[in-house]
Design a protein around this ligand. Sequence first.
Ligand SMILES: O=C1O[C@H](COP(=O)(O)O)[C@@H](O)[C@H](O)[C@H]1O
Length: 242
Amino acid sequence: MATPIVTVCASDESLACKLGDHIHEKAEDAIAQRGVFRLGVSGGSLVKVLSKGLPKHTADWAKWKVFFCDERHVPYTDKECTYGDYKANLLTAVAIPENNLYPIQPDITVEEAAVEYEKKIKEEFAGSDLPRFDILLLGMGPDGHTCSLFPDHKLLNEKDKLIAPISDSPKPPPSRVTMTLPLLNNAACAVFVACGASKAEILKRVLEGNDANPLPAARIKPTNGELIWMVDEAAAKLLDRK
Ligand SMILES: O=C1O[C@H](COP(=O)(O)O)[C@@H](O)[C@H](O)[C@H]1O
């Protein structure tokens, strides 16, 4: 079980750079070993951080494949759509081919979209029982949710599905598709990014708490992989930093 490595960054700029460097390092290793780099991205505030940190490097972008750790079940043109946000902010700055992006389908039911996305992931990782992403980039809401896994939600107990639909998300929009814990915890590396004072209390609970019923973000512990938290000073202000 991974022990978290926590990196506290003095500025948004340095956090974006460190994250970009880390991802590029993982990409080079994965491409050298397997000829492909498979990453999963989350939405929300992470999009801006990645958009700053990733384009600074040159990379063999054609070998990158981008999946979504979760997505809101809305049209690509909706302002809540994570894929739309990446298209507008990051994917204009890096040359990842359109075919290497794996958006979740918004034009079928949310249940169908989850089944279709799981099928796509299984096809991509054909031959392995449980897909292992090279890196999953995660965010955490001020309530401790990650992806579209919310505190006390029944999806936290999902054992069979790799991708699940949710129609009662407490954070709007209510319909979403999300990676589940078995898939998330099989990643080679999971990196959380949490910035701002609104995340300080929950970050302390996730990293230092001992909850009987852990928050969703605290349940991300890759069984055979790395767990990294990249946070800013404001989010880290309550942490025990001895
Ligand atoms: O709704 C979501 O929220 C989380 C956290 O977002 P943030 O803006 O607080 O960083 C995000 O990781 C997830 O992908 C998204 O669907």
